[in-house]
Design a protein around this ligand. Structure first.
Ligand SMILES: [Zn+2]
Length: 506
């Protein structure tokens, strides 16, 4: 009685959100820091999750006619230089290969030798190298549209890194399309954004706001950038995916031209769009609790863990038999188009097993002991509920109900995240209220602030920059179909041209 409630992750989210994140990721065994600065090792539990995420997205892309291909990791510097804004935007974070050989230095070490005539940039994104191929693949309007996606790794030399959210090397997909006309290219840009929204909400259970970026926040070289933005549990925004309408900028830089039906030479219109392993970081921060991460069932590395409890050696035979036959029955069930994914954990390590799986975020845990077998039931814990709230369910009913239980968990996670975002999103029209909203009340907790402010903006770079330097707050997006609220620009007070979502962000 009166015993303090203990949580599996220390510190808790309230105590130190940022440290909670690092600890929760570590405890989940999804990934770890590597010996290479800023790079992560994705462990099997995290990679299985990425395979489920990428597998589903790949299916959704292909349904719209997109095909996969692969392009070089290295981009000749001259390609990179072709689009001025693009090179300016990425210059500060490029890793560059300048040599192609190692030589002994005479002191037992090795030094780079054989300088390259033209340095190679390790791709931070592939518009220019893919544009080079497109310029050869496209000659007539009949070759268009060209709808290509690449699953790859990219490198951006980040100064401050955080596992899954911002790492020097990360995994992603980048879609690149070329079209004969502007309207079709714009439609494709929005179509892919809609896929990201749908995936994020239906599969990651992560509600998002969709809209366009301001000119200052656009992808370097793009005409328009659209994004999905999610709210994390510290009320900061996470840009979870972007889709860019590139106009003819990259087609002109790479020479992607085609002959139209009148045999006139025209520049193509291109798009690019991407999501990355950052989605995993977002998902963890949207759903995790003080006991660790919580995996949404539709993408979970695995759905259910069976933990046989063997107290006496004599029990082993029948407990394992029960466990293995239960696993077979569960695997035969389908959940969202594939079999239920089952783990059996028969390690003899006592009660600690349950906590390990809680920290891994597996949706459903099942304990099987001799008494459960006698009763023909299983003892079930759900990750969306308190770890103490477990229940005995007849085996047959559990097998039949598992897909529904998984969908219930999926829905609970989404509803919780949506309620949290709605609670912490506020329409604000006055400058004072706006500054108060983002100013920490407690100097010891500078990370605490209001959340998302929905406010009018006059459209000037100046106002946007002032707010950024005063408060560290940026315009996350201008939501689709939004009208100015009528309160005037939250910075200068002039008439608002857009309604914008302002927030601190990752
Ligand atoms: Zn203004």
């Amino acid at each position: 009685m009166g015993k303090k409630i203990k949580h599996a992750i220390s510190p808790t989210r309230d105590e130190d959100y940022s440290e909670w994140y690092q600890q929760a990721v570590g405890a989940s065994e999804m990934a770890e820091r590597s010996s290479v600065r800023g790079c992560m090792v994705i462990k099997p539990w995290g990679y299985a999750l990425w395979e489920n995420i990428s597998g589903k997205l790949d299916e959704m892309f292909k349904e719209t006619g997109v095909k996969n291909a692969y392009f070089p990791l290295f981009i000749p510097l001259s390609f990179f230089e072709k689009e001025a804004l693009h090179v300016e935007g990425f210059a500060k974070e490029c890793a560059v290969v300048t040599h192609h050989r190692l030589e002994k230095d005479g002191k037992g070490g090795l030094v780079p030798a054989g300088p390259l005539q033209e340095p190679l940039v390790v791709r931070p994104t592939s518009e220019t190298i893919i544009g080079d191929s497109f310029s050869r693949w496209v000659s007539s309007y009949r070759d268009l549209p060209l709808l290509i996606n690449q699953w790859a790794n990219v490198v951006r030399w980040e100064m401050r890194t955080r596992i899954f959210l911002r790492t020097t090397e990360f995994l992603w997909q980048e879609g690149h399309t070329a079209h004969a006309d502007e309207k079709e290219a714009r439609q494709r840009t929005l179509m892919m954004l809609e896929i990201y929204r749908e995936f994020s909400e239906k599969y990651l259970a992560m509600p998002v706001i969709t809209g366009s970026k301001t000119p200052l926040e656009r992808f370097p070289g793009a005409v328009d950038t659209f994004c999905i933005e999610a709210m994390m549990q510290d009320k900061k925004a996470l840009q979870a995916g972007t889709s860019h309408f590139l106009g003819q900028n990259f087609a002109k830089a790479s020479g992607i031209t085609y002959q139209n039906a009148q045999e006139k030479e025209e520049f193509a219109w291109t798009t690019s769009w991407g999501v990355s392993t950052r989605l995993i970081g977002g998902m963890i921060m949207a759903h995790g609790d003080d006991d660790g991460i919580i995996l949404p069932p539709r993408v979970a590395s695995s759905h259910v863990v069976l933990m046989p409890i063997i107290r006496k050696p004599d029990d082993r035979g029948r407990v394992m038999e029960f466990t293995e036959s239960l696993a077979r029955e569960l695997k035969a069930q389908t959940y969202h188009g594939s079999g239920v994914r089952v783990e059996i954990d028969d390690r003899d390590i006592g009660g600690g097993k349950g906590w390990e799986w809680i920290k891994k975020g597996i949706p459903v845990r099942v304990e099987i002991g001799p008494r459960d077998i006698e009763e023909g039931s299983v003892f079930v814990g759900r990750r969306d509920r308190d770890h103490k709230k477990r229940e005995s369910i007849p085996r047959k009913r559990f097998v039949e109900d598992l897909p529904d239980i998984l969908d219930e968990i999926q829905q609970t996670l989404y509803d919780r995240a949506l309620a949290f975002m709605e609670e912490n999103k506020k329409v604000i029209s006055g400058k004072k209220e706006f500054y108060d909203f983002f100013t920490p009340k407690n100097a010891d907790k500078p990370e605490i602030h209001g959340g998302f402010a929905v406010s009018d903006w006059c459209g000037s770079d100046d106002c946007e920059s002032t707010i950024k330097s005063d408060l560290g707050v940026t315009i996350r997006c201008i939501p689709f179909d939004s009208e100015p609220t009528g309160g005037g620009c939250v910075c200068c007070g002039k008439e608002g041209r857009h309604q914008a979502v302002f927030a601190k962000s990752y």
